[in-house]
Design a protein around this ligand. Structure first.
Ligand SMILES: NC(=O)c1ccc[n+]([C@@H]2O[C@H](COP(=O)([O-])OP(=O)(O)OC[C@H]3O[C@@H](n4cnc5c(N)ncnc54)[C@H](O)[C@@H]3O)[C@@H](O)[C@H]2O)c1
Ligand SMILES: [Zn+2]
Length: 405
């Protein structure tokens, strides 16, 4: 038996933020990040719509990018005091993911972070509050997914929490919020969405219910991401929907090792003064993983279908896979994303020697490879991988060398 779960309501289109007026409840806790939502006036609109709906409103501000376990615990304490019956999270993947984890801790004050990380082991929620998510970036699709990614900075590892319990009740996908994104954010979140759609399509858990969402999202992202990056606001609005469709697919079909690798490399070089941003990590690793996975016949066929759907040509599946890889690398170039970790600058732009020196990378590689294989996303990857192969694959992602194993 398979399960397909989405939010009960999804409001979309320009101005759909007003749907907040329809929520029925008494107290709403609004969770938000560092300031962009306030600066552009969206936070004020959210609080006034909720007040119009007759609710008392409290704001929990300052959720950082790649939120920490500590932030989750602080937010849950604020919720325990205010006792909301609605949690309304607005912003990028970070504040929404943090709010999801706070929600679990608010409903179950005794639960530990380790217990939250048990995949599909989250206890029944909605005894205290329901959850509304409003994305301001076009990538994570956390507004419709069963996931939340929280970073344990003591270990330098990102942990994906996964359970349909944390699929939001209401999602509001209003393209107005995506218009203020800086270019770099458009590029990174857009390639995150492309990775979600491609990994969902070839995942071992794909179904007839997830395939149409994934393949249509891939086509939309192919058509709209570079234009959105270059300032076309019609394409920006289309990307906001495309990333959400990709999210509906991967929330139900799961992901693969591109994400395992991105989760385990994102924060592990933090001591060198920078992160490898989630979407950029995915964009660099995706072509390498396609080359690795295409050694599996079923996966190769499915990549061939993707290439056909994108109109990339190719006389057989091998050529189609090569064309797909070349096309995705071309998108990275068009979006100013490096092709490998070695060339990943501290500002995320390509440069000759990035912020991760070779010796540091090689010293940490065995641990990273072990953690990546153990990541929750590895189980649904179409080709099995062991720690030794993961080390080789990560090396290809560092040096931008060919995957020939
Ligand atoms: N839950 C999931 O299913 C899922 C899936 C993929 C990734 N993630 C996680 O989500 C996080 C990344 O989220 P993200 O890429 O959305 O970025 P983010 O939430 O970390 O935000 C990045 C920066 O962009 C700013 N910002 C956000 N929206 C803006 C806007 N409209 N205008 C101007 N500035 C804006 C924020 O203030 C922040 O400084 C990572 O931790 C990643 O691991 C979660
Ligand atoms: Zn992602």
């Amino acid at each position: 038996m398979a399960r397909f779960t989405l939010p009960r309501d999804l409001y979309h289109g320009k101005g759909s933020l007003e749907a907040l007026k329809n929520l029925k409840g008494t107290r709403a806790m609004v969770c938000v990040g560092g300031g962009s939502m306030k600066r552009f006036g969206f936070l004020d609109r959210v609080t006034s719509y909720l007040k119009e709906a007759g609710m008392e409103v409290e704001v929990f501000e300052g959720i950082e990018p790649d939120p920490s376990v500590d932030t989750v615990m602080r937010g849950a304490e604020a919720m325990a005091k205010f006792k909301p019956d609605w949690i309304v999270a607005i912003g990028g993947g970070s504040p929404i993911d943090a709010a999801k984890a706070m929600w679990i801790k608010y409903e179950y004050p005794e639960i530990t972070f380790e217990e939250m990380c048990v995949v599909f082991g989250i206890p029944e929620l909605r005894k205290k509050a329901r959850f509304c998510a409003i994305p301001s970036t076009s990538g994570t699709a956390t507004e419709v997914t069963a996931f939340s990614v929280i970073t344990d900075y003591k270990k330098g590892i990102k942990y994906p929490l996964a359970d349909f319990e944390i699929t939001p009740d209401v999602a509001i996908v209003d393209p107005d919020l995506a218009e203020t994104m800086p270019k770099k954010l458009v590029a990174h979140t857009g390639m995150d969405a492309m990775t979600h759609a491609i990994e969902a399509y070839v995942s071992t858990a794909n179904t007839e219910f997830t395939d149409p969402l994934a393949i249509f999202a891939i086509k939309m992202i192919q058509n709209d991401l570079v234009g959105s990056y270059n300032g076309d606001m019609t394409k920006r609005a289309s990307m906001h929907n495309a990333q959400c469709l990709a999210g509906m697919a991967f929330s139900n079909a799961l992901l693969g090792i591109v994400h395992s690798m991105a989760h385990k490399t994102g924060a592990v070089f933090e001591d060198l003064g920078a992160h490898i941003i989630h979407g950029a990590a995915n964009a660099m690793y995706l072509p390498k993983v396609i080359a690795f996975n295409a050694k599996d016949e079923t996966a190769k066929k499915r990549y061939g279908v993707i290439a056909d759907y994108m109109g990339l040509g190719g006389a057989n599946d091998d050529e189609k896979v090569a064309n797909l890889i070349a096309y995705l690398r071309g998108m990275n170039d068009a979006l100013n994303i490096p092709q490998c970790i070695k060339n990943y600058g501290a500002d995320s732009y390509p440069c000759a020697q990035g912020f991760v020196p070779e010796d540091v990378f090689l010293a940490r590689l065995p641990e990273i490879a072990k953690n990546a294989v153990a990541d929750a996303c590895t189980g649904s990857n179409p080709r099995k991988i062991n720690v030794e192969e993961m080390e080789k694959l990560l090396k290809c992602c560092y040096y931008d060398t060919e995957v020939d194993f």
